[in-house]
Design a protein around this ligand. Structure first.
Ligand SMILES: Nc1ncnc2c1ncn2[C@@H]1O[C@H](COP(=O)(O)OP(=O)(O)O)[C@@H](O)[C@H]1O
Ligand SMILES: Nc1ccn([C@@H]2O[C@H](COP(=O)(O)O)[C@@H](O)[C@H]2O)c(=O)n1
Length: 523
């Protein structure tokens, strides 16, 4: 189970609102990633994507209940990892001054297929379906205008897209796994639209009726209703509980089939390890792993001795973790590109030096223990953005689950991500399941593999690092020490806010290791 305390603090304290997933509620918001229990791996042991997101399209007239049906499907599905209701309304085109004046006079046709930027909608949907991020436009119904801001979306297992023209475009239809049309009487649609547009879209009754007679009704008859022929299922716009149940049963079955198909190839933590039961073996040679290990100086060994000791106080542990993080990040910086630079010194003499060429440097810590490297990271790299990923193991299956994605702007925007240098921070690479997932997330965003620098205190030679290396050979891994083994062991629970009963759990532990670094650093 995910750490409740982490879930609580992250959902409350998220500084970038639109990047934070919402936990499933009875009224799920549109264009937001809704999370129930986290996202299992969407890639196989070769690091490649094994399945697309499942896409359901819901079309129908305005006020037919498309959004309502999308929400009913989500509720009926119950526990699904992550889902987005993607609204086609967000893709209304940008309007010039003249069009805006017409719109405010209810004289602009928003019900013609040309009113929607179909290629942009298809491109965003295709990215989300392919498990990539998308930055979708934000539209204001009261201003009749596309706003400056964009909304970042990433990580849905199911996408439910809804809109009056959702089934209109053949390129869009090709992206759907299931096509639904909501059929409703025109008078009911008009009544609902009147109520909603007055309450939510700041419209007058006269204006709504004007627009309805001039554009909405003719367009429904000419463009919207005919697309029902493309639907796999027609759902009534009211009293539709049976239809919703059929749809959700179908989706559940489809997802189950996919899961069964791919489970064999999923990247389960124990499958990364060389030894399959109880303990891992030392099959790989250190030099084959191409790790950038800190020079083993006496003072570095001194730091590790303090950190490994179970009698070290928390105060000392925090101090030496911060010191070690600083050393590691300094060491990691040498793997960035540098170019010669000449400066004039205060005594007027030229000095020939170096300057880093790396653009958009940022950090991403893998919570919770990766957070222990953040202070050192910020000390070494001035004013650097730091994001986070929360990956936890499912107690039943052992699968890593992606629970939370909070990435810096230079990763969220694809055109920046392609140039960015990202330092992934985690306390150790043991099974490598979390590292694997975090690298996959960055690659999904367009970060180049050779611009990912993984910084960690410890790597287990007999752990999953050999698989990580084979799959992502161009990622630089910087560490301070290499431990020989991993063993399946029982970790005593530490009583605290998130674990009031101090319940222990079965984990893969590194040997000799440093214990649970996150617990020792934060508690
Ligand atoms: N099956 C239904 N039962 C009761 N109210 C509904 C139903 N479907 C839609 N509504 C209500 O009608 C209004 C318009 O529905 P909505 O789903 O927003 O329509 P659409 O997305 O098709 O424009 C909303 O206030 C919604 O609560
Ligand atoms: N500025 C706009 C843009 C669109 N509309 C109307 O919205 C309807 C589609 O949205 P639904 O949520 O009802 O499906 C469509 O019929 C447009 O007329 C608008 O009024 N103003």
């Amino acid at each position: 189970m995910p750490d409740e305390r982490m879930r609580h603090s992250l959902s409350e304290g998220a500084p970038i609102v639109d990047a934070a997933p919402q936990y499933l509620s009875l009224q799920p918001k549109k264009n937001t990633v809704l999370v129930s229990h986290g996202r299992p791996p969407w890639y196989g042991e070769d690091g490649k994507r094994t399945c697309d997101a499942y896409v359901v399209a819901v079309s129908g007239g305005s006020g037919s209940g498309k959004t309502h049906v999308a929400r009913q499907i989500i509720q009926s599905l119950g526990s699904i990892p992550t889902v987005i209701i993607l609204s086609q309304d967000s893709f209304y085109k940008h309007h010039n001054e003249e069009e805006l004046a017409l719109a405010h006079a209810n004289m602009l046709d928003f019900d013609h297929p040309d009113a929607i930027d179909m290629p942009m909608f298809a491109a965003c949907l295709a990215d989300l379906k392919a498990c990539k991020q998308s930055n979708i436009p934000v539209y204001s119904f009261s201003e009749h205008q596309r706003l400056e801001e964009k909304k970042y979306l990433y990580g849905a297992t199911i996408i439910i897209t809804e809109g009056i023209m959702a089934l209109h475009d053949p390129a869009l239809r090709a992206l759907y796994d299931l096509k639904v049309f909501v059929q409703c009487d025109s008078d009911l649609m008009l009544a609902r639209r009147l109520q909603r547009d007055v309450k939510e879209r700041g419209r007058s009754v006269d204006g709504i009726l004007d627009q309805y007679l001039r554009f909405v009704k003719p367009s429904y008859d000419n463009f919207v209703r005919p697309t029902s022929s493309h639907a796999d299922i027609i759902v009534p716009g009211s009293n539709n509980a049976v239809a919703i149940e059929l749809i959700s049963a179908h989706i559940r079955r489809q997802l189950q089939e996919r899961a069964n198909q791919f489970r064999q190839r999923l990247a389960l933590p124990h499958r990364y390890l060389n030894g399959r039961s109880g303990a891992s073996t030392l099959e790989c040679r250190l030099e084959d792993l191409d790790l950038k290990v800190l020079p083993q100086t006496p003072q570095l060994q001194g730091i590790y001795t303090i950190l490994r000791s179970k009698t070290t106080s928390r105060q000392d542990f925090v101090f030496f973790v911060d010191r070690l993080s600083t050393i590691l990040v300094e060491h990691a910086l040498q793997y960035l590109p540098y170019a010669p630079k000449t400066v004039i010194t205060p005594v007027g003499v030229e000095s020939h030096g170096q300057k880093s060429d790396a653009k958009n440097m940022c950090g991403v810590s893998i919570l919770r223990s990766g957070g222990a490297l953040e202070r050192g990271f910020r000390r070494v790299i001035n004013d650097v953005p730091v994001g986070s990923l929360l990956v936890q193991s499912d107690a039943k299956t052992g699968e890593p689950l992606l629970l939370h994605v909070m990435l810096p702007q230079c990763v969220r925007l694809r055109h920046l991500a392609e140039e960015s240098w990202v330092f992934l921070l985690d306390a150790q690479i043991g099974t490598a399941a979390a590292a694997f997932m975090a690298i996959r997330v960055l690659l999904d965003h367009g970060v180049r593999e050779d611009r990912i620098v993984f910084v960690t205190f410890l790597v287990a030679r007999g752990g999953g690092v050999s698989v990580l290396r084979r799959v992502f050979p161009r990622v630089t891994i910087v560490c301070g020490a290499v431990d020989d083994q991993m063993r399946e062991g029982w970790l005593e629970g530490v009583q605290g806010e998130g674990n009031p009963e101090g319940i222990g759990r079965k984990v893969w532990v590194m040997q000799p290791g440093m214990g649970q670094i996150g617990d020792r650093y934060y508690l």
